[in-house]
Design a protein around this ligand. Structure first.
Ligand SMILES: Cc1cc2nc3c(=O)[nH]c(=O)nc-3n(C[C@H](O)[C@H](O)[C@H](O)COP(=O)(O)O)c2cc1C
Length: 330
């Protein structure tokens, strides 16, 4: 996720992964026209920690040369798979005919997968959106079949249309239909805000994995809660403890995550970028907090990360409740 799935937040989140669990870690969306000339070690979007299993960079692109060079570099960098973005609805992506624009051109979308697979030594996946309502499912299935025939190893479906962007209801029925219709893994995405939602998505749709975006960024311990529900061990270093569950426990944990995020962001990105990244995090995830707006105010008022850390610590001296679900607007 642009602005969110960077090394600092991944590091905060990884501490909540049950000790015996494995998951995949997408990067921010990376433009394949830029990757060939970037220093991947120092570019904020591709910085990585020394030990980061399961990294799956996501690329945006439609041009063979750029894709081939990007994939080669990303595999050397440590990619365990390459994901192709076919869901980004912003104008810039549409103008360049990538992102969700590819969904309007099934043959070319399949060609992009073929090019990527041809140049990759690791699996290639695609993240895409709904074409329309579940009535238009045949069209979606045809599109996905084209990707599969070109060598995609799995699909992640976010069943909102491009027009919906990230608002409104994600139509899980389409995840269920897709999973039932194809013989390769389908990851479901959209509206997973709580561990109950994650379990419901897995059960109701039968999908192979559930992917949570905003909700998981806000409450990374959802992975720990899910681990508890599935009988997994607690995260490393949390032996004998229980995952936060009540609104107050979750609010306090959010505060601890935020402090860690400030510290790690400073370490990885330096003062200025760290401030911007943390503010963006609070703006996107604070919607689950009772006093999220006030916290965002705190993050914008602070002039240094040190000051931000002190102000956030003070803010969380008072009890803060986190709600289970909220209307997702951004
Ligand atoms: C700030 C932000 C950045 C995002 N960036 C990306 C991205 O780079 N690539 C992508 O495939 N989806 C991106 N998304 C969409 C999410 O991956 C996800 O599909 C969407 O938010 C729905 O899932 P959710 O309801 O669990 O958040 C982004 C979403 C947000 C809120």
């Amino acid at each position: 996720m642009v602005g969110l799935s960077h090394v600092a937040l991944r590091e905060v989140m990884r501490e909540y992964l049950p000790a015996d669990a494995f998951t995949i870690w997408p990067t921010e969306m990376l433009n394949s026209r830029r990757i060939p000339n970037e220093n991947l070690e120092t570019t904020p979007e591709t910085m990585r920690a020394a030990y980061e299993p399961g990294l799956v960079p996501q690329i945006l692109g439609n041009d063979e040369e750029a894709i081939a060079l990007s994939v080669k570099r990303l595999v050397e960098w440590g990619a365990e798979a390459i994901d192709i973005n076919m869901g980004c609805p912003v104008q810039k992506a549409l103008k360049h005919n990538y992102g969700v624009a590819l969904m309007g051109d099934p043959d070319y979308a399949a060609e992009v997968v073929r090019i990527t697979v041809k140049n990759s030594t690791v699996p290639v996946s695609v993240k895409l959106r709904a074409v329309g309502s579940s009535k238009e499912f045949d069209e979606l299935l045809k599109f996905v079949t084209g990707l599969r025939n070109s060598g995609a190893s799995w699909i992640c479906l976010h069943p909102r249309t491009a027009a919906q962007k990230r608002r409104g209801w994600a139509d899980w029925e389409q995840i269920r239909q897709l999973h039932q219709a194809v013989d390769f893994p389908v990851i479901g995405n959209g509206d997973v805000q709580t561990v109950e939602d994650a379990l419901a998505m897995l059960q109701d749709t039968g999908c192979d994995m559930a992917m949570a975006g905003r909700g998981l960024a806000a409450r990374p311990w959802m992975m720990w809660q899910l681990g508890e529900e599935l009988g997994m061990a607690p995260p490393k270093g949390r032996e004998g403890q229980k995952a936060p569950r009540t609104p107050l426990e979750e609010g306090a944990e959010y505060g601890r995550c935020l402090i860690k995020l400030i510290q790690l962001s400073r370490q990885y990105f330096g003062e200025n970028l760290a401030m911007r990244k943390v503010r963006f995090y609070v703006r996107t995830t604070g919607v689950w907090l009772d006093f999220g707006n006030a916290l965002y105010g705190v993050s914008t008022k602070a002039k240094t990360t040190q000051e931000m850390e002190e102000m956030v610590l003070k803010f969380f001296e008072a009890p803060n409740e986190m709600c289970a679900r909220t209307e997702l607007r951004q």
